[in-house]
Design a protein around this ligand. Sequence first.
Ligand SMILES: O=C1C[C@@](O)(C(=O)O)C[C@@H](O)[C@@H]1O
Length: 858
Amino acid sequence: MAGVKRSLAAMMSNEGPLSVDGRLRPYAFISSNSESAVTSRTPTPPLTPTSGKIPGFTSDASLALVGLRGSGKSTLAIMAASALKKKVINVDVVFQSVTGSSSSSFKQVHGNAEYQRRQAEVLQEIIQQNPTGSIIVCPWMERNVQILLRQFTTTNPVIHVLRDLDAIQGHLKLTDKTKVRNLMKMSNLFYRSCTNLEFFNVSEVREKNVERYEIGGRGSTANAPYLALKQAERHFLKFLSLVYPSGTIPFFESAFPLASIAPEDRNFTYCLSVHIQDILSGNEKWEDSIVGVDAIQIFVNNLATARDPIGDTDDLTNRITEATGIVRRSTMLPILLHIKLPDVPNNRIVRSYLDLLSHSLSLAPEMLTVDLRLDQSDLARIISSKSRSKIIGSYFISTDVQSWDSPSWASWYQKACQLGCDMVRLVRVAKSMEDNFVISRFKSKISSLQSNKIPLIAYNSGYLGRHSSCFNQILTLVASSPVTQVQERIAPFPYITAKEATNALYASFVYDAMKLYVFGANVGYSMSPAMHNAALSSCGIPHYYAPYSSDSLKGVEHLIYDTHFGGASIGLPFKVEVTTLTKYLSPHARAIGAANTLIPIRQLKSDGTIPTGSALFAGINRAGPVLALYGENTDWIGIRACIRRGLSPANAVRPNTWGLVIGAGGMARAAVYAMLQVGIKNIAIYNRTTENAEKLVSHFQKLHKEGEQNFLTDDQEIRFHIFNSLEEPWPSDQRYPSIIISCIPTHPIGNTPSPEFRLPDVWMANQTGGVIIELGYKTLNTPLLKQARDGASRGWVAMDGLDLLPEQGCAQFELFTGRRAPRRVMRREILENYRDEYGKSHLEELQYRLQSTVEQDS
Ligand SMILES: O=C1C[C@@](O)(C(=O)O)C[C@@H](O)[C@@H]1O
């Protein structure tokens, strides 16, 4: 906590980390072959080592955040508090209230021994009284604290928060970098002996053009300075969502169709392999290569050349932590950590490898490879220690040229199955083209096995192995750009890109080029074709997306039942009527009463119903008769994404948060639904015709009564309030709204002039501002958006249809193609193609939005 400072000397005195001798997360795994080496590394004095095992936590389990001052613990705690519905307990604050003085003055008056005794007493009391429902922030670094935290790791998440040297140095106001480095080194040793998880808090880089945001110029939206912490929040909540049981942070669960289907449960998924060095150096723009891939592999291959990787701030342990933080902060794709064990490792390297694996689990990667050559017992220990990470048993030795017909491959597979791996990855360097065909015999052998089957990743690597890489079903490693030089590589270096692999699937008739549309009364102006076609081509998918205007839905039937129909976006005025064509509507579309996405179904279940989950995507990208139609509404997904992106951490949704919806049509229904899905329980509606607002409210009240929707599982009542006029005051006993969504047109329609809607200033009195989303995009400078921008200094963030369109489109793209949407490509395309109602491009003023098309949500 600010204001409570100790000298560097005190922090580094022998009151500090006594239990460690330079080992990370000590001795979690020790190779069974290396006993003599082990005894020589036993810590003094002997504090029994943490097991490295991450227990399963209950959703309500309290968590502790520990780490150096300046690492950002308190900020992270506040961000997590409302998402996890937990209270924050700062040990320094409790210490002060219990003893009546701050830590430093207590120490001065009572001496160090008494200070430490009281510290331990205070922490013990906090831990005992709050096993659930709390976030305990603890910057203390004394031995008794260490023992208590260590005990806490057996039941609760205890997270070591790290940050870059400059940030820590800036916070501690120290001029000597070496001192800071030593302090960080020491604190890493200390905290790694009493925590079970580790989080790297990546510092915000302020954009070059930040001044423009501050001016709040025309067209400025979500990336205002208030949102500077937004990515940190998204990153930390993502981490917590992987630590706690799934569903613990409903607000954070992705609504995008493919996010909930694991890459191993889909067809032809790719994993972009990025070298740890490229991530840390920041030189390679790997983020731009996340197109058409389903996961990111962080590739660590310098184990053989590393000095003892333990105990040095620059060591592999810290690098893996930092690289994982950087990747997780920049993308929502799952992370696969792959540490390459050299072909011929010595005992020292195996020990380091095992320690690094144990450490890796503390970072909660979605997937982690373990080398199947390890001793059975070592493997079993790693597998039993994982919490929610999936373990991929992996075998690749560049010198192993045994044919795929050799029984050894099946025995690696069986070893992984028996030990309880979640997947197996077997890779072999191709020596001839023939190897690409022999592998199919091996795959058939595995699929004919009777029991214990786990997903198999198997292909040939190297230049000659590209064929089998393309046709491997799941998590094929891919490169970020085409490889133009044939090299003798010893690593399983990917020789294909995701785009090349996708091209191959269509060129070889595994998949067919499909026809996609946007249907509506007048979709000639629609930006969806440009957006979807850019996305398709960036992924190497040869589908074509075309606008099709029609007076009636009947007029598009011949397209819907075409053998090559791949799906359609539905525009006005067909969003409600289209539900009469669908055999099945998603629960969301049903609740909203409208669909904006139509998907052809070509495979039905044996009982004639439509498959769900990953099976929904089974017949995708293949031409044939359309047996049924499936309707989804992605407008609400887009609106939800905008709320999440635009809402600053200070405005996190709480039980007394109010949302305000302007309008009462189909989009207003999607807006109310999105609000309910992010947990907003108090919703006000203003519509020029009150009767329609009443209809909208009674629609949702009816759903509430029927208890069908998942947002209704929460006991708390949903409260609606209808405003009959803009003159009415905001109810005096209620909080002002912090989420405002306008669903009315922003431009003239026929003889009806544009509404020029403005909010009463008194309704914008929320102290921390909020987000105002104007769903239209024909005019970027509506009076409402201007109001929002004028309120920027009070915390208001403006968002518009140019933010919404790509979000709802990304969800559609996933349904159309079965591929994760290239989000940056789609956002960029919309901004570049935008023309206002007079046909004018606004590229210059949208420039900074183009530059900040970061991935922020899922
Ligand atoms: O409302 C819209 C706009 C849209 O119809 C278009 O014309 O681009 C595409 C739809 O997916 C979306 O719901």
